[in-house]
Design a protein around this ligand. Sequence first.
Ligand code: C2E
Ligand code: MG
Ligand code: MG
Ligand code: MG
Length: 269
Amino acid sequence: YISNRYLKPYAVYNEKMKSDHEERSMSLIQLDEAIKNKEFQVYYQPIYDAQTEKIVSAEALVRWHSPTNGVILPSKFIPALEESGYITILDTYVYQSVQEFLEKECQDIPIKISMNLSRMDLMNQNIMNLILENERNQHINYEVTESAYSSLSVNANDFLSTLHQRGNMILMDDFGSGVSSLSTIRDFEFDIIKIDMGFVRNIGYSQSNDSILASLIEMIHRLEMKVVAEGVETKEQLDFLKEHGCDFIQGFYFSKPLIKNDFKKLISN
Ligand code: C2E
Ligand code: MG
Ligand code: MG
Ligand code: MG
């Protein structure tokens, strides 16, 4: 016998929860409209070679310029789009914008751009086919988080291996932040591991943090992969990372994500 008292929490669905949900979610029509009105803009955050301090690539990061609410960061709208699966529509748009930027504006500039693939994209055959069938995307790299990777289907695994074999780099994003399982980086040949900014933030504050970070860099190198440190904000963090052989640096110390034209200016010099 289970008392009603214990079942109750699961049955409760009040008006407040309903409105919270509606606030976060976006209908397909709203999303299409926003894309059509060019409210979503792709920003580019440069990624630097740690030794030469030259820009080698950039990460595409989307922002929503809402006519009513101003500039909105991904954490405010991406979770809801992932829940509904509509993130794939947005990521298709991001993909096309990145490709157009590379083709029309970066013809003579040797730059790679990496974009984020959501867990939902890796379950969607349409976006995977679009990317695979497109012969002109050799300068685009793909970032996948641990959690997205750990639930990968056979199709998605084939998709990532095919890209990797063609020379599109596959990056593991936010490494070390989630339910990190080392088997993920043992079982798939990632090209680059991006160490989560949580470790970078704690450089110089915790001996055990610094030890983990130094060992992570060494371990990744032994696996013949490269390392990006994310969220580098200070000279002290940069020096530590350089000293321990980190390959690439991304963070506000060098640059925030920039609108297309500013990024273009930066790489044209
Ligand atoms: P992420 O892929 O791990 O991207 C890195 C995030 O760190 C970005 O946040 C970037 O602005 C921020 N960042 C970079 N350097 C620094 C720093 O020095 N200090 C601090 N405090 N932050 C720094 P952003 O742009 O808000 O994006 C958050 C997350 O949203 C991304 O994390 C990614 O998971 C997701 N996201 C962004 N754009 C897209 C997209 O086009 N498609 C998909 N599927 N996800 C996206
Ligand atoms: Mg990323
Ligand atoms: Mg990241
Ligand atoms: Mg992240």
